[in-house]
Design a protein around this ligand. Structure first.
Ligand code: MG
Length: 244
């Protein structure tokens, strides 16, 4: 009897399936894999499975873009500050798809205007710049203000805090894919929260960031995260990454 009852259930389920309707709620439940348990961080502390790239103590995870020692300033308060003229720094490790958190601060002493105020940048895979700028009461071209994917995507809103205050970026990045011939098969994509506000919603990166001219892709693999020296005293702290 029991066998027949079960058969009947499957028979009816099959009919409903053929008609494009699923009647069993369990049919759409997914149990495996079970998502790994991760203890979330507080607003400033990294989650348990993150690679901490900068916790304020040292530059162990960083180097000058030419591979020599970092020349930026390690401050006594657990932050680092651009030393103008010393060029960008980068992680020693290379990354692909990742979740990235970092905090930045424009100088409290406001100097310059437009692109010349609190300018730095987060270069994903050394190529794709998420702009860092003091965009608090500082108009510039929209696709070059803070939280823009520089000259590619303007931010959905301006969520800038005043200079001297710490700001956060939370970034979800999908690296571009290339085939064996170096042809692009899928562009990079990025989602960005600026101070907890959505500013880039899964936008398609159009190629390497260009100051002049149009972006284009050139095949690459995993690559370091870079922070830009644009001549301004921008500070950073609490940088961590979760490769995906
Ligand atoms: Mg910049």
């Amino acid at each position: 009897m029991k066998f027949h009852a079960i058969s009947l259930v499957f028979f009816l389920f099959g009919i409903n399936s053929m008609m494009g309707q699923i009647t069993d709620p369990k049919a759409t439940e997914v149990w495996e894999p079970e998502p790994k348990i991760v203890k979330p961080g507080t607003s400033t502390a990294p989650p348990s499975d993150a690679i901490v790239l900068f916790d304020g103590k040292n530059f162990d995870q960083w180097e000058h873009v030419n591979g020599s020692a970092v020349k930026w300033t390690l401050e006594s308060d657990g932050t680092m500050t651009v030393k103008p003229g010393t060029e960008a720094i980068q992680t020693k490790m290379g990354f692909g798809d990742a979740q990235l958190h970092l905090e930045f601060r424009a100088p409290v002493v406001v100097k310059g205007e437009g692109q010349g105020r609190g300018n730095s940048g987060v270069f994903l895979q050394s190529r794709y710049e998420l702009q860092v700028l003091d965009s608090y009461n500082n108009r510039t071209y929209s696709n070059g203000q803070v939280a823009s994917m520089y000259k590619q995507h303007l931010p959905l809103v301006n969520a800038a805090r005043p200079p001297g205050e710490w700001q956060t970026y939370d970034i979800i990045y999908t690296a571009p894919r290339f085939n064996d011939d170096g042809m692009l098969t899928a562009p990079a994509r990025v989602t960005v929260m600026h101070n907890g506000v959505l500013v880039q919603n899964n936008v398609e990166i159009k190629g390497g960031t260009e100051y002049i001219g149009l972006p284009k892709y050139k095949a690459h693999g995993k690559a370091p995260l870079q922070l830009q020296d644009h001549g301004d005293l921008v500070s950073f702290r609490n940088i961590w990454i979760r490769p995906l």
